[in-house]
Design a protein around this ligand. Sequence first.
Ligand code: ADP
Ligand code: MG
Length: 666
Amino acid sequence: MSDIHGHHHEHHHGDGNGSYMGHEHHHEHHNEHHHHEHHHHHEEEGGVKGTIVKIAVAAVLLVAARLVEEFTSLSQWQLLLVYLVPYFIVGWETLHEAAEGLARGEALDEHFLMSIATLGALTIGFLPGAEPQLAEAVFVMLFYQVGELFEGIAEGKSRRSIAHLTALRPDIAHLVQEGKVEDVRPEKVVVGDIIQVRPGERIPLDGTVTEGDSSLDTAALTGESLPRGIHPGEEVFSGCINLSGVLHIKVSKPFGASTVMKILDLVEHAAAGKSQSERFITRFARIYTPAVVVAALLLVLIPVFLGESLAVWGYRALLFLVVSCPCALVISVPLAFFGGIGGASRKGILVKGGNWLEVLARTGTVVFDKTGTLTQGVFEVTAVHPEKIDGQELLHLAAHVERYSAHPIAVSLKNAYPGEQDGCLVSQVEDLAGQGVRAQVNGQTVCVGNTRLMDSIGAAWLPCEKSGTIVHVAIDGLYAGHIVISDRIKDDAAQAIEGLRKAGIQHTVMLTGDNEQTARSVAETLGLNEFHAGLLPADKVHLLEKLVRKEKGRRAVAFVGDGINDAPVLARADLGIAMGGLGQDAAIEAADVVLMDDRPSKIVTAIRLARRTLRIARENTVFAIGVKLAVLVLALLGLASMAMAVFADVGVTVLAVLNSMRCLRK
Ligand code: ADP
Ligand code: MG
């Protein structure tokens, strides 16, 4: 239980706003966090088994001691010695932690509460007129350990489900040099090297296929196990599994910057942002425990001062201490959030902290980007309408201008005209976000983009009767025609909007830089409430701010994007959700939630999961406080027994932990 505390002390950052600042902050704490995680992991491995053995041995010895008490006539002192054996076996660590905490002058914690309560129970029998409570003292300590055990198991489970992705880390790469293949560590491979990947192996580094045909299982990155065919010239991402043929891959990124390492880094720090409820619980525990100790003292001192029996009120104060232990809350609430993050990651949803689960749960408006988010971002050329030049030449120029752009339109045009090495000179490439690209091709200034770009350079563009995204081309300011391309709506986009509506989120908005006609057709097909077309990235930010103001801070505004031309909006929204499964680094960085498989319907899953997590955390809080208050009242009236006190403490903790575990499941 001290570990939960430790977490809180060390990771009190991330203020719950989706700014870049917040994220930088996380990074500063990287090392520290890392360290802690590892430390914890080791503890957990051996810890669970050790605790079980300890509890079992102590339980047997406790029964034995009880038999000795029953059938022999040992004195109170001798019995104490007999009971101290199981007591120390099961309680040594707790006593030690309490003493250490006290020596360091830290705030009193639940170890301290448990220690004084059980030590009190061990000694109360020596007071004149008091019933001995030896077996009860050992029992309390024993059950306290059972609670810890449950916590360890539950936390281990969540941790493992988050860390199942860590199995992705590759440890060798087959480096091809002068026809020979050598196995090296992936860190040693440099950009431009050729590596070989055999069937059944995980691709260790990002790159482009130079030789071989195969299919890939991308499930590890996207949760989607449909094999994807792969051929020379295509880009592949580390972490995917090569299923059939031998591939030769020209490495495009160093290991540290590879997709797999990016994702691992994110996963490792996923739980860093603490939720409001978690932080509240920590603060609460810090004030609460000393208050309980003082109250227990008063509970003994006042009646005794008034001439009441020390034995009676001492016992009640002990019950009070046991009941008041805040374990159930301190453990189960963070565990619920942790489980929620773990459960989400099992479904390919990476939530960067418990705080984002809270924001997800109170989302009222979901704003979507169009290209690459609601649509696949894979355009097909449906028509080429040249003006005064040849159609092939128009495609050729457009593909050259787009050579360095990562925009889905650019990628599609390059695929439509893949003649890269034809000796054309391309220079001074300028990306005009939300409008297009300008570059020098063989000494001519070529602009490729939408009507806004054509207007800004004064080219007399012609409208097109065909529906789709129109890519206009101008050479030296003179209009040269347009290419009509069309995108397809993602299979599950309609399902996503429908699911949101069913989840009570009525307000769905689409923002796009594309033309009105295309935007309208997508919005109508999907049944979105609202859409805005022809936007520049800055317009998207303004519109989003307007939507945020409209919600008046009551419900959150989530923005879902692919990170191309919309990273600022992702960062500005109450909650940034990135379609970041493959490739878009900036989006993965800026977002608070990452959908690994780029499926918009996962937003509904995420929202439902977040709501469930919050509900479970709330249930635990109400249940724990309710039972404790009831038993406290009984204790004050002298109607409670040690068994009831133990239930109110450990029983409630175990039930709350079990309840929290539900967050992990479907
Ligand atoms: P969306 O909001 O749909 O994601 P963007 O903001 O990325 O779209 O782009 C808006 C519009 O700008 C596109 O529909 C296209 O007309 C034009 N555009 C942007 N980038 C390019 C490019 N690389 N090549 C051609 N046109 C582009
Ligand atoms: Mg976009």
